[in-house]
Design a protein around this ligand. Structure first.
Ligand SMILES: [Cu+2]
Length: 110
């Protein structure tokens, strides 16, 4: 009984939030969805395959409101690390995953 009430309460609380999120994305529907995670120019500084980490000197990441800097990222898939080596100029897609930033795509710079 208590559990049911709690679930009902949670459901009623989360519904307005979900609607707000839906309206928010609808509001920005005119911009391409990919704009939320555009590719960012970067230079590979260091690769740590064992830890699935990559150090990048990246350009401005507009969708994350981050200025250019050198920092360490996690990677979504370790296989991405095989595509690059230190010194390479690359383009990466960076996305926020909870409290950390992860590289979800990586390709050689054109
Ligand atoms: Cu950064």
């Amino acid at each position: 009984m208590t559990k049911t009430l709690l679930l009902a309460l949670l459901a009623s609380l989360s519904t307005p939030l979900a609607q707000a999120a839906g309206e928010h994305s609808a509001h920005h529907a005119s911009a391409p969805a990919a704009a939320a995670a555009d590719f960012t120019e970067a230079e590979v500084k260091k690769i740590d395959a064992a830890q699935a980490k990559i150090t990048l000197k990246h350009g401005e990441i507009k969708h994350l409101d981050m200025p250019p800097m050198t920092m360490v990222f996690g990677v979504k898939d370790k296989a991405l690390l095989a595509k690059a080596k230190p010194g390479d100029k690359v383009r990466v897609r960076i996305e926020k995953d909870g409290a950390r930033y992860v590289v979800t795509a990586l390709e050689a710079a054109p």
